[in-house]
Design a protein around this ligand. Structure first.
Ligand code: AMP
Ligand code: MG
Length: 487
């Protein structure tokens, strides 16, 4: 275990030079204090948990101090936002502080979000508010605990520095960790500005650092694109299976590593609703829950365009065609686990589809349904659950189909079945109202609720004593919260 000043840096992205990023120092905020830190994320850097309590920790992650070997830089990228190309985005309020190499030899980008103005700030103030920083912290650590690929969050610091959104709020900073912060939009930027040499250097960097096995293929760029298609398909399968709505799937928010990236007005579903739109400025529902699948494919086509100087169009098309089958295989696999199916049958997708339709019609809680299904022997569980459905004959028919399906797979004891199902079905999920409660306390200077909620969400599959209230359906006030899109 290391202390904060013992980290080793190897700033590969910074070394790509000024065409890719601009040196900018973090702009410190007033009276910084630590809101919450993730011990699990600290462990990725080999940091001792006790480091979070040191004054240096809050100073570093609020822009007051910096390592000598850091190389803070704002990255340039562009991207398609809501389907339209925006030629210049970039890190408008976040800085890549540097890349830490841990004892296992892994590189971790340290990205300080809310670190002040950069050449890419456009009309913004370079800051992040406490509310959105807490939301990103909780969501990234919660998704990770669910087994869904995501950027990680090391900590959030709060401050007294005022910032203006719909009302006056306070600036905060979030330290984000990821093996890379390269987005689809990085490739688009160099492609559309016709900087072929830089586009090529970016691809070489990403290949060497993150897709080394692709370098052994005939066409490494094609192999890398195929790998990105696979990872993105599997990512979205995780979102759909666990009810996560990202909300702003612009290509500048798509990670080249297939990680959940850039958290805005996201939501985990409470009641199942395929058409749910968490982003209330998304008036057409472009980024609705069920649209995440076709939109991920659309975004991959945008990336394909940017890689067209290296890969034949037919090969790009062929790779894009892999998206849907890979997505479906992964999604079906996850849904089988959620229903306790240990074998695969070709009609299984129909069973999932019918269940979701029934849940949709009766506004059934998406998380608790699966959890409860595992808690009792299947027949008893179905009997207990049927009251949640308006269409009881429809649900009974579905239940009979599930029982028949279960009878065709190897028998197991109820404790074994329950253990297997609980390992696939979280009890605790980051419901919007839980985040909101924690945020309201934090805005009053009380961070205990954020910390407790974070702790509960790091073990979502395990029942934790005294934490029953985190496993409940939202109260009426918490059902239709409008989460501000400003952040
Ligand atoms: P996002 O919606 O957070 O993905 O941000 C889209 C773009 O706007 C990125 O280039 C951000 O860096 C930039 N941006 C968002 N908020 C701010 C802000 N408060 N100040 C400066 N730039 C921002
Ligand atoms: Mg973004």
């Amino acid at each position: 275990m290391k202390s904060l000043d013992e980290l080793t840096f190897d700033n590969r992205f910074a070394r790509l030079g000024d065409a890719f990023s601009t040196e900018v120092l973090p702009d410190p905020v007033d009276a910084p204090r630590l809101v919450v830190a993730s011990e699990a994320a600290m462990a990725l850097l080999d940091l001792a948990p006790s480091e979070a309590a040191t004054p240096l920790f809050a100073d570093v992650f609020s822009g007051h101090k910096l390592w000598d070997h850091a190389a803070p830089r704002a990255m340039v990228y562009s991207g398609h936002q809501f389907g339209s190309y925006n030629p210049r985005l970039g890190d408008g309020r976040g800085l890549l502080l540097g890349e830490v190499v841990n004892d296992a030899g892994e590189h971790w980008d340290l990205h300080l979000k809310g670190a002040g103005l950069t050449p890419y700030s456009r009309m913004g103030d370079g800051r992040a508010v406490l509310r959105s920083s807490i939301r990103e912290f909780l969501a990234s650590e919660a998704l990770h605990a669910l087994g869904i690929p995501t950027t990680r969050a090391l900590c959030v610091t709060a401050s007294d520095t005022p910032v203006w959104r719909e009302k006056q709020e306070r600036a905060a900073m979030l330290l984000r960790l990821a093996p890379s912060h390269v987005r689809f939009g990085h490739f688009e930027y160099f492609y559309y500005t016709r900087q072929h040499e830089q586009l090529s250097a970016l691809a070489d960097h990403v290949l060497a650092a993150h897709f080394a096995p692709c370098l052994e293929q005939n066409n490494p760029h094609q192999a890398m694109f195929t790998a990105v298609v696979e990872r993105t398909a599997e990512l979205v399968a995780g979102w759909q299976a666990y009810g996560f709505n990202h909300g702003v799937m612009n290509t500048d928010n798509m990670s080249i590593l297939g990680l959940t990236f850039d958290f805005g007005p996201y939501a985990f579903l409470d009641d199942f609703d395929a058409h749910f739109i968490c982003n209330h400025s998304d008036s057409t529902g472009r980024y609705s829950f069920s649209n995440q699948v076709p939109i991920a494919h659309w975004n991959l086509s945008a990336l394909a365009q940017a890689l067209s100087p290296f890969v034949e169009v037919d090969a790009l098309r062929a790779a894009l065609e892999l998206f849907l089958p890979i997505y479906q295989a992964k999604y079906h696999d996850l849904m089988r686990k959620r229903l306790g199916l240990s074998t695969a049958e070709s009609d299984d997708p129909e069973l999932f589809g019918r269940l979701l339709q029934l849940m949709q019609n009766s506004a059934v809680d998406y998380t608790l349904f699966f959890r409860r299904l595992g808690e009792l022997p299947a027949e008893q569980a179905l009997h207990a659950l049927r009251d949640d459905f308006i269409d009881r004959p429809g649900f009974d028919q579905w239940g009979a189909a599930l029982l028949a399906r279960l009878a065709r797979q190897p028998n197991e004891t109820q404790p074994a079945r329950q253990a297997r199902m609980q390992a696939a079905n979280p009890l605790y999920i980051l419901r919007n109202y839980l985040a909101q409660t924690a945020i309201e306390a934090a805005e009053q200077g009380d961070y205990t609720e954020v910390r407790r909620l974070h702790a509960v969400l790091t073990r979502p599959f395990e029942e934790q004593s005294g934490m029953q209230h985190y496993a409940q359906r939202p109260p009426d006030w918490g059902k239709h919260l409008e989460i501000s899109c400003s952040s």
